[in-house]
Design a binder for this molecule. Structure first.
Ligand code: G4P
Length: 539
């Protein structure tokens, strides 16, 4: 079920219900489009950090803490996701960070299950790139509303109309320009907010950092015509005129349903467009959505607390071996110390030290509302996909696990350390970093990942955290599929006949290991009653 089909929260019990002021969102982009820079600027603008440049600096410090994080540093990629909260004008913004590298995309997909909106950052010169498109498709599956930020307009980029058409055509989405660039590259003067008749520019002149908002009466205003080159003005006039004819007006409902994206042109590096994005999200939302779950839908205005784990992160504090489960609240008013039912385990846990994450600090979360994300320290009880409730037997649905595309057999140098290795792999599987498969025949585990970089992280973390050296050997398989069948007898016969290619995941679900794509279709055709699934719900 997509989000727009779900019953949305009623405006009663009052527009003042705290969850209505929550804005929980993520930024999606292809690496290098400017996600980190935009994150910094949003946090700075929201007062969460004192100087832009700190997200990166903080990242460096964090990376220096353990070996596996050095991988991030060496390869210049950002691996770990987290949440950062800031408040402005009575609105609480929860920004969920997502890894940009495609090898860690599973993590990103799961994070997207915990947001209500996404900002899609596009490089003005490069347009829509592969990773943007993939992440956009995930958002579309869930009808997550998308705000588009066409970044780097201070450099030479595509013509704005071309950029808008590309988004519209490539993503089959209605676009509506909210702002226009006033020149690009060496002729970059700023941004024109055509609806509010504002010219965002720099008092220091062309190409400089944004620091000045000039009210204008329209495109003929001398504030514009006296500063901006005539050819740039002519093009701006043409864009605004053509844009008004060619693209629909902003329609809030279409935006909330995920059918229309407002497009802001800007430069994260030079501060153009940041305020506009924040103001837009504050005004047009969306507020927390209803959450699909087994048996029923959870509404944010329900009195009882529920939430789900979308991410587990280890090593946030190297002095403690605790892991933090990031829980997105779906309903109710959470209070510190509450006892919540851990539905999968059938146990009750007391959430005594929940954490809120701000950019520069953490705080004990005394009270949290739907849309908020709390960190719950634990020793491995909580894993990705787990649901917490005030007693109800219900599981949040929609968190995918993907069939791995890279399979390797684990090689252990010191066989005395088999226990540590298994514990380590189990722990990393709980975090969602790898999947483990226990072959039906033979005892060496097989690990599956979506991208090869994950393997480096596994080797490094086992060495550092579990003092266990492992390597990986190639296996003859390259694809895994979960096996499902409605008829138990057929299933049992199939499993008996396939033992050579069979393994079990950590929840003991049967998985078929295929040698190649040909075998996938061959075995599929031979066994029409069996379903071979590429994804499965984590429940
Ligand atoms: P990412 O997280 O999406 O991977 O991108 P990131 O913000 O790290 O930005 C990638 C590069 O693009 C950085 O340059 C950054 O400074 C630059 N950039 C981001 N926004 C803008 C913009 O609005 N205009 C221009 N001209 N550049 C922008 P870098 O040289 O790779 O890194 P750095 O040495 O500047 O940190």
């Amino acid at each position: 079920m997509s989000l727009s089909e779900l019953p949305q929260p009623a405006e009663a019990p009052g527009k003042s219900a705290p969850y209505l002021s929550r804005r929980t969102f993520a930024i999606i982009s292809h690496p290098d489009a400017g996600k980190t820079t935009l994150t910094e600027k949003l946090l700075f603008s929201g007062g969460a950090i004192r100087a832009a440049g700190q997200v990166r600096a903080r990242g460096e410090r964090r990376r220096a803490r353990s070996d596996w994080m050095k991988i991030e540093q060496e390869r210049g990629i950002s691996v770990s996701s987290s949440v950062m909260t800031f408040e402005r004008g009575g609105i609480t913004f929860n920004l969920l960070d997502t890894p940009g590298h495609e090898d860690f995309s599973e993590d990103t997909y799961r994070t997207l299950t915990a947001v209500d909106a996404a900002i899609m950052v596009i490089d003005a010169a490069k347009g829509i790139e592969t990773q943007t498109r993939k992440l956009f498709e995930v958002c579309r599956l869930r009808d997550i509303p998308i705000i588009t930020f066409v970044n780097k307009i201070d450099r030479e980029g595509r013509h704005p109309l071309e950029a808008l058409d590309e988004i519209q055509e490539a993503l089959a989405l209605d676009v509506t320009p909210m702002t226009w660039p006033v020149g690009m590259g060496s002729d970059f003067f700023g941004v024109y907010d055509w609806r509010n008749k504002r010219f965002l520019t720099s008092s220091e002149g062309r190409g400089q950092r944004f620091d000045s908002v000039r009210e204008v009466s329209g495109l003929e205003d001398p504030v514009l015509t006296d500063t901006v080159f005539a050819n740039v003005m002519a093009e701006l006039e043409e864009n605004v005129e053509l844009g008004a004819e060619a693209y629909p007006e902003f329609d809030r409902e279409a935006f909330l349903e995920g059918h229309m994206t407002p497009v802001f042109f800007g430069s994260a590096l030079r501060d153009y467009g940041i305020e506009e994005i924040i103001e837009f999200i504050a005004e047009f939302g969306p507020a927390p959505h209803a959450q699909p779950a087994t048996a029923r839908v959870i509404r944010p205005d329900e009195p009882k607390v529920s939430g789900f784990v979308f991410k587990v992160q280890a090593n946030m504090d190297p002095k403690h071996r605790d892991r933090i489960a990031f829980v997105r609240l779906c309903s109710g008013t959470f209070k510190r110390g509450m006892k919540l039912k851990h539905v999968r385990a059938g146990k009750t846990i007391a959430v005594s030290a929940p954490i809120f994450f701000f950019a520069e600090e953490r705080e004990i979360a005394e009270t949290a509302y739907p849309g908020d994300v709390i960190g719950v320290p634990n020793h491995g009880q909580l894993r990705v996909g787990d649901t917490l409730t005030e007693g109800e037997e219900i599981h949040v649905t929609g968190l995918p696990a993907f069939a791995p595309e890279v399979l390797r057999r684990v090689r252990l140098s010191d066989t005395m350390r088999v226990k540590q290795m298994r514990q380590g792999l189990e722990d990393l599987a709980e975090e969602g970093l790898v999947q483990i498969f226990k072959p039906s025949i033979g005892s060496n585990w097989i690990v599956g990942v979506v991208g090869v970089l994950q393997l480096d992280v596994v080797i490094d973390r086992l060495k550092v955290e579990y003092q266990t050296e492992i390597g990986f050997d190639a296996v003859q398989y390259n694809t895994a599929r979960w096996i499902e069948c409605d008829d138990d007898q057929v299933l049992r016969r199939f499993l008996d006949a396939s033992r050579g290619s069979l393994a079990y995941d950590r929840d003991d679900r049967p998985v078929f290991l295929f040698k190649n794509a040909w075998e996938v279709s061959y075995v599929g055709e031979k066994n029409p009653e069996i379903r071979f699934r590429e994804t499965r719900e984590i429940v």
